[in-house]
Design a protein around this ligand. Structure first.
Ligand code: ADP
Ligand code: ZN
Ligand code: ZN
Length: 744
C-alpha cells in the first residue's frame, strides 16, 4: 500500500502530493488525516506531512518509493480532521481528492494585510439625537438611518456602513465634515463594532422557546449529541433559540459554526450576533477573496473566535473543539454546492459533528422533505414553534383563480381583488410587494382556461416546449408534438405564462402613475451591492411597491408592508423537476410571511390557474403538515428522494459523436455493475439529453440511478469512474456526479 502525502498544508498548491510506501508494520495503523514523518529530497531530511490518500497504485517506479518513517503520536490535528473530511466528501459526492481538499482548506495567498476602516461617533448622544430629529424633519432617509445606527453602536465598520447599511460615501464624508464622526483606521482583525455590554437588551424566552433550549441543553450536558430540527414559522423566535444554545456551548469552551443563507446575512442579523457575542464572532461571506478566506481560517485556527457565521463554506472553519453547528433555513438550495464536489451542507455538517462529538441544529419554517422525513422517523429530534414571538399576527391569505378572471374578461396580470387591495394600500400609504415566481421556470405549457398542464405520462414532470415544435420530458426523454388545443377543454388559450418583472413594472406604472416603484431582478441587481441598495431604499419607504423575483422574499423585514401579491404561483410549480411542488410551497410560504411583520396585520393574494393544487392550498392555510403528507405520498408513489437516493451522472463532451459512443458503451447494469445481485436493487433512467443539451459548444447527456442505499450509489460512482478511466471511448468525455440533485 502507498500513501499520498502533503508535506506543507499552507503550500500554494495543495495538489502537490508525494507518494510513500506504507511499511508492513504500519499498515493497520495508517489512516487518512494522520501526520507522519517522512524522508524528503536528496538529503533525506525529515519532514512531517499529512496523509491525504491511501492507494494500491504506485505513481512511479516502485523501487524508488521511500517508506514512511514513523507516525506522529497524539490526537489527530485540526488539519488532519479536515483532510479526513475531504476524503469523506470525495467518497460521498464524487470529485478528485484535490478538488475536495481545496473545498475544505483555503489556499494561502501572499496578500498584504488589510487595514480596516471604521466610523466612530464623536459627539454626545444628546447632540446626536438633536441631529437625528433634524434629519427626520427633512425626511432624509439615509442620514436618519446612519444616525440611528450610530446612536446604537458608536463604532461601526466602514464596510458595514457602505454595504449592509447602504450609506453613500458622500453622506459619510458630510458627517465627518460636520464633526459628527471620525473615520479611524483599525487593525484588520479588530471587531467591526464596539459593543457596550449594558446595551444588550435580552428578550426573555417564552415558554416554548424555553422548553426547546432547556431540552437541548440537558441533552448536551448529559453528553447526548443529536441532530435537532426546529420547525418554526418566520418570526417565531428561532434565532433567539440558536443564540441561547450557542452561548451555552461556548461557555463550555467549545466553538460554534452557524450557517445562514447569504441573502439573509443582513445588517440586522449581523448586528444581533455582534451585540450578543462581541468580538468572538466572525462573519464570512462568499465575496471574500482567497487571501481573506485564508485569514479567517488562521483566525479560527489560532482560537481567536468562538463563532463563525457564514454561508456553506463556513462549515470548514478549522476549530479545535467544535461543539455545535446550526443551519438556519436548512431547506435553502444554496446549501448544496453547485461545483464539484457537489456536497450538501446539511449532511456534511452531520458528519463534521460526528467527527467532533458535536450537535447539529437545523431550523426552518418550511423544512426540506429530507429533514422532516428524518424527524418523523426519529433520526432527528423535532421541536415546533408555531406562534410569532412578538404580537404581530399572521397574514390572511386569499387564493384567486385566474381561470375565473379570464372568464370574466379580465386579461390583465392583476386580479380584481389584487387591484382593489393595491388601491387601498396606496391610499393608506402602506407598502406593497409584488412577487413573480420565476424560479426553475423552464417553458412549461398550460391551459389558461382550465389550468391543465402538459406532463410526461411516465414521470409526472412537466413537458418543456422546444423550438423544434416538440414537447419533451427532460427526465426520461419522452416527446410528443406541440399541442394547439387544450386536450382537456379544447380551449386555444394554451401556452406558457410569459410576463417578466419588467412587464409587471410597466403594467403597475400604467395603472398607478403616482406610485413609486422599485424593481428587483437579475437586471437591477447585477452590480455589487445592488440588491442591498434596493432593499434598503424600500425599507426606508422610498418606494410604495417593490416588484421582484424570489430574491425579494428573503432577508429584510419590512414592517410597513401590508400586502403581498403573488402574481403567478404556478410558474415554479411546473418546473421540470420533482422538487417543484416543494419549492413552490416554500416560496409561497416565505412570500406570505413578508406581509404584516409590523403592527398592522397583512394580506396576501396568491394568483393561480390551479387553486386545487395541494401546495397552493397548504400555503393558503399555512399548513406545513398537510403539504408534507401529500408531497411524501407523491415521492413514494413515483420513487423520488427522500424515499430513495438518486445519483445524477452527467457526461459532457465537445465531440457529439464521441459522447454518443461513450454513452452506448456504458450500459449500467450490463457493463457497469457495482456488485453481484445489486443490479435489481437499482433503477436506471436514461441516458437522455440534458435540459441544456448543447451549451457553450459542449454536449451534455444525463443518466439517473435510483437506489434505496446511498452507499450502493457511491459504489456505482466509483465503478463508473474506473470504467471511464480504463476505456478509450471516454478520452474526450468528462463525467460529473450529483447526489440527490437540487436542480434537475
Ligand atoms: P425567527 O428566527 O424564527 O424568524 P427571531 O428570533 O428573529 O425569529 O424573532 C423574531 C422577532 O421576535 C425578533 O425581532 C426578536 O427580537 C423577537 N423575539 C424573539 N423572541 C422573543 C421573545 N421571547 N420575546 C420578545 N421578542 C422576541
Ligand atoms: Zn384547458
Ligand atoms: Zn418522462
Amino acid at each position: 500500500m502507498y500513501a499520498n502525502i502533503i508535506v506543507d498544508i499552507s503550500h500554494e498548491q495543495l495538489d502537490k502530493t508525494f507518494q510513500y510506501l506504507i511499511p508492513f508494520e504500519l499498515e493497520d495503523q495508517i489512516q487518512v488525516g494522520m501526520q507522519v514523518n517522512v524522508p524528503f529530497g536528496k538529503g533525506n531530511r525529515m519532514l512531517t506531512g499529512y496523509i491525504v490518500e491511501i492507494t494500491n497504485i504506485p505513481e512511479f517506479d516502485v523501487t524508488k518509493i521511500k517508506p514512511i518513517t514513523s507516525v506522529v503520536e497524539g490526537k489527530v490535528k485540526v488539519e488532519g480532521r479536515l483532510i479526513q473530511l475531504a476524503a469523506w466528501i470525495r467518497h460521498n459526492y464524487g470529485s478528485t481528492m484535490n478538488q475536495a481538499l481545496k473545498t475544505v482548506i483555503p489556499i494561502k495567498e501572499s496578500v498584504k494585510q488589510k487595514e480596516k476602516k471604521a466610523v466612530k461617533l464623536i459627539i454626545s448622544i444628546e447632540k446626536a439625537k438633536e441631529y437625528l430629529a433634524e434629519f427626520e424633519r427633512k425626511h432624509n432617509g439615509a442620514r436618519v438611518r446612519f444616525m440611528e445606527s450610530l446612536i446604537e453602536d458608536e463604532i461601526i465598520e466602514y464596510g458595514l456602513v457602505t454595504g449592509k447599511l447602504n450609506i453613500a460615501a458622500q453622506t459619510i464624508k458630510s458627517f465627518e465634515s460636520l464633526g459628527i464622526i471620525e473615520i479611524s483606521i483599525e487593525e484588520y482583525y479588530r471587531n467591526p463594532i464596539k459593543i457596550k455590554p449594558q446595551d444588550e437588551i435580552r428578550n426573555v424566552l417564552n415558554k416554548t422557546q424555553k422548553y426547546i433550549t432547556d431540552s437541548i441543553k440537558k441533552d448536551y450536558d448529559d453528553g447526548i449529541r443529536e441532530t435537532y430540527l426546529i420547525h418554526g414559522i418566520t418570526g417565531s423566535g428561532k434565532t433567539e433559540v440558536y443564540m441561547e444554545l450557542i452561548e451555552h456551548v461556548i461557555k463550555q469552551g467549545k466553538q460554534v459554526i452557524m450557517l445562514i443563507p447569504e441573502i439573509s446575512l443582513t445588517y440586522q442579523t449581523v448586528i444581533r450576533f455582534y451585540r450578543r457575542f462581541g468580538d468572538r464572532v466572525s462573519i464570512m461571506n462568499s465575496r471574500l477573496s482567497k487571501g481573506e478566506r485564508y485569514d479567517q481560517f488562521t483566525r479560527a485556527l489560532k482560537g481567536d473566535v468562538d463563532i463563525m457565521i457564514g454561508p456553506r463554506s463556513a462549515l470548514f472553519s478549522p476549530f479545535e473543539n467544535i461543539g455545535l453547528i446550526v443551519i438556519d433555513e436548512e431547506h435553502e438550495g444554496a446549501y448544496k454546492s453547485e461545483t464539484a464536489p457537489k456536497y450538501h451542507a446539511r449532511e456534511t455538517a452531520i458528519e463534521i459533528a460526528r467527527m467532533n462529538n458535536a450537535s447539529v441544529i437545523l431550523g426552518s419554517a418550511t423544512p426540506s422533505l429530507e429533514a422532516y422525513n428524518n424527524a418523523l422517523t426519529g433520526k432527528f429530534k423535532l421541536f415546533t414553534l408555531d406562534e410569532r414571538a412578538k404580537d404581530s399576527k399572521l397574514p390572511s391569505v386569499y387564493v384567486v383563480d385566474l381561470r375565473e378572471e379570464l372568464k370574466e374578461g379580465n386579461r390583465s396580470i392583476f386580479s380584481t381583488k389584487l387591484q382593489e387591495l393595491m388601491t387601498d394600500r396606496l391610499e393608506k400609504k402602506q407598502q406593497i410587494m409584488l412577487f413573480l415566481n420565476k424560479r426553475g421556470y423552464a417553458g412549461f405549457i398550460s391551459c389558461r382556461a382550465c389550468g391543465h398542464v402538459m406532463k410526461c405520462p411516465h414521470c409526472d414532470i412537466s413537458l418543456t416546449s422546444h423550438n423544434n415544435g416538440k414537447l419533451v420530458c427532460h427526465f426520461c426523454g419522452f416527446d410528443q408534438p406541440m399541442v394547439k388545443k387544450c386536450p382537456k377543454c379544447e380551449s386555444k388559450y394554451i401556452s406558457g405564462f410569459r410576463a417578466g418583472t419588467q412587464q409587471v413594472e410597466e403594467a403597475v406604472m400604467k395603472m398607478y402613475p403616482e406610485a413609486r416603484v422599485l424593481r428587483m431582478d437579475m437586471d437591477t441587481t447585477s452590480k455589487k451591492g445592488g440588491h442591498e441598495k434596493i432593499l434598503a431604499a424600500f425599507f426606508n419607504h422610498e418606494a410604495d411597491i417593490l416588484i421582484g423575483t424570489q430574491m425579494i422574499v428573503k432577508g429584510h423585514d419590512f414592517p410597513n408592508v401590508t400586502l403581498v401579491g403573488i402574481l403567478a404561483a404556478d410558474m415554479s410549480l411546473y418546473a421540470s423537476d420533482y422538487r417543484a411542488a416543494e419549492r413552490t410551497f416554500q416560496l409561497l410560504t416565505q412570500a406570505a410571511g413578508r406581509a404584516g411583520r409590523g403592527e398592522i396585520a397583512g394580506e396576501v393574494i396568491i394568483q393561480t390557474y390551479t387553486p386545487e393544487h395541494y401546495s397552493i392550498i397548504a400555503a393558503q392555510n399555512q399548513d406545513y403538515q398537510a403539504f408534507y403528507e401529500q408531497e411524501i405520498m407523491y415521492r413514494t408513489l413515483l420513487n423520488y428522494p427522500p424515499v430513495c437516493n438518486m445519483l445524477l451522472v452527467k457526461l459532457a463532451s465537445k465531440d457529439e459523436k464521441a459522447l454518443e459512443t461513450a454513452v452506448k458503451t456504458m450500459k449500467i447494469g450490463n457493463n457497469i455493475k457495482a456488485g453481484s445481485s445489486e443490479t435489481d436493487e437499482i433503477q436506471v433512467i436514461g441516458p437522455v439529453n440534458a435540459t441544456l443539451y448543447k451549451a457553450n459548444d459542449i454536449y451534455n447527456k444525463v443518466i439517473y440511478i435510483k437506489a434505496v442505499s446511498y452507499e450502493l450509489l457511491t459504489k456505482y460512482k466509483d465503478v463508473i469512474e474506473a470504467f471511464a478511466k480504463d476505456n478509450s471511448n471516454f478520452k474526450k468525455i468528462s463525467i460529473q456526479f450529483d447526489f440527490n440533485p437540487m436542480n434537475m
